[in-house]
Ligand binder design. Structure first.
Ligand code: DC
Length: 243
């Protein structure tokens, strides 16, 4: 295991539990670096579909095999986060030197990312990168297996959750807002609810590194909490633990 050069915070939880927004705000409050590990799996899913010359669709996502994504793609794709001032979000993800930030948030890529993330070869290929990104210290990694597999020795661990209904509502709001700019078609509430349940079950039942609360993680049920309340609670806990 690579030694940590400073404090590492692990945040795990299912899709739509409020992890990304809370992590972004927590990083601002603490001056820590944000490592969105889901974006790495999403980028691998995107590069794989492009290599297969498949359109982004649920059917294409279901066809991705381990050979399609784990070998050459996951091992040789060059993934990095770069801060780009004046562009929102400023923490952008590059795959093979191309800014793919805008292309990895569609519901189809969500399904494809969930699929590729279940393959052991993909998880193994991304393990070292996640540890290298985090071990510099003063970092917050968000994902599914940060507190259990990537940084079992993280200084503070959180596990965020929320009811399926609340998470579907949040996704609908996000996609509706985004569609105002892009004109993209927005799935219905029922479709989003179903996608979340499918992803939850895939992420929690896969054989390797399933979504699971680490025994020493602080559980935060965000269903009835505002984002401000979540961030305040987490910031206080980190300050208490790190002294
Ligand atoms: O957090 P997200 O929705 O952007 O993640 C996309 C997918 O990647 C998700 O379905 C599960 C997977 N993932 C994972 O398996 N392990 C992580 N550490 C992060 C994400």
């Amino acid at each position: 295991m690579i030694p940590k050069l400073g404090p590492v915070v692990a945040i795990d939880g299912p899709a739509g539990s409020g992890k990304s927004s809370a992590t972004r705000r927590l990083c601002e409050a603490l001056g820590f670096v944000h490592v969105d590990t889901g974006a790495l799996y999403r980028a691998i899913a995107l590069v794989t579909l492009e290599k297969m010359q498949a359109r982004q669709s649920a059917a294409a996502a279901e066809q991705i095999t381990e050979e399609d994504c784990a070998g050459e793609v996951a091992r040789s794709a060059h993934l990095e986060f770069r801060r780009v001032e004046g562009k929102a979000p400023s923490n952008r993800i590059f795959a093979n030197n191309r800014d793919v930030t805008e292309f990895i948030r569609s519901p189809e890529i969500s399904m494809a990312a969930s699929r590729v993330s279940a393959y052991p070869g993909v998880r193994a290929a991304l393990l070292g990168l996640q540890r290298r990104l985090g071990c510099v210290g003063k970092s917050v990694l968000e994902g599914r297996d940060i507190g259990t597999v990537i940084f079992p020795d993280a200084d503070v661990k959180f596990f965020l959750l929320a009811s399926v209904d609340e998470r579907a509502k949040r996704r609908l709001r996000e996609l509706t807002d985004a569609a105002k700019k892009t004109g993209a078609q927005v799935p219905t509430y029922e479709e989003l609810r179903e996608q979340i349940e499918t992803r939850d079950s895939g992420d929690s039942t896969r054989a390797i590194a399933p979504l699971k609360k680490a025994p020493d993680a602080i559980e935060v049920d965000t269903t009835r909490m505002t984002l401000d309340e979540v961030v305040e609670f987490m910031t206080q806990k980190v300050r208490e633990r790190l002294g």
